[in-house]
Design a protein. Structure first.
Length: 183
């Protein structure tokens, strides 16, 4: 005497379609987990507009300087990591906007505190060896920049933060505008 398996239930096409429509976005969101809704959006101040394109946590940033020397940026301690943010800063209003990025660095507000963008020219060390992601996070947004109307800077900011910190917001003050973006 054997056991007879129950017949599978058949669902109508409308029910399957409804489930697919509602579950697909949830599955996509789960797979992308941690993606900030602020990424890809442009935030506008009186003079400047700021767009955050990408944000990653990385153990180091390797790059080639203009003089062709290889350099490396590493976290300040073993308990830290680097957060790199790809951003575009545009001047949409003034004839010229003067940005002193090193004097007024961007501020990344985390659940563990506030951290300023690194002056990458000051914290670099010589690099030796092979780095697979070399030059992936360049050019840097740094130094003093004059931005003509309708032009933008496109580059990367680097932050040294405690590992496993959660990003809450980014504050941009260089150039006269104060733009705060919730992450």
């Amino acid at each position: 005497m054997g056991y007879r398996l129950p017949k599978p239930k058949r669902y109508s096409a409308p029910i399957v379609l409804i489930l697919a429509v509602f579950l697909t976005p949830l599955l996509v969101a789960a797979c992308l987990g941690g993606t900030s809704p602020a990424l890809g959006r442009t935030y506008q101040g009186a003079i400047l507009q700021l767009t955050l394109e990408q944000m990653f946590s990385v153990p180091e940033v390797a790059y080639t300087e203009e003089d062709q020397t290889d350099s490396l940026i590493k976290p300040s301690s073993e308990g830290n990591e680097l957060v790199v943010i790809h951003a575009r800063i545009g001047n949409h209003a003034a004839t010229r906007a003067q940005l002193d990025i090193d004097a007024q660095p961007a501020e990344l507000r985390m659940d563990t505190g506030r951290y300023f963008a690194l002056n990458t020219a000051e914290v670099k060390v010589p690099a030796d060896g092979f780095y697979p992601d070399k030059d992936r996070f360049t050019p840097f947004i740094r130094g003093s920049q004059e931005l003509e109307k309708d032009f933008e800077l496109d580059g990367w900011l680097v932050f040294d933060v405690p590992k496993d910190s959660k990003a809450e917001s980014l504050k941009w003050e260089a150039g006269g505008d104060i733009i705060i973006i919730d992450l």
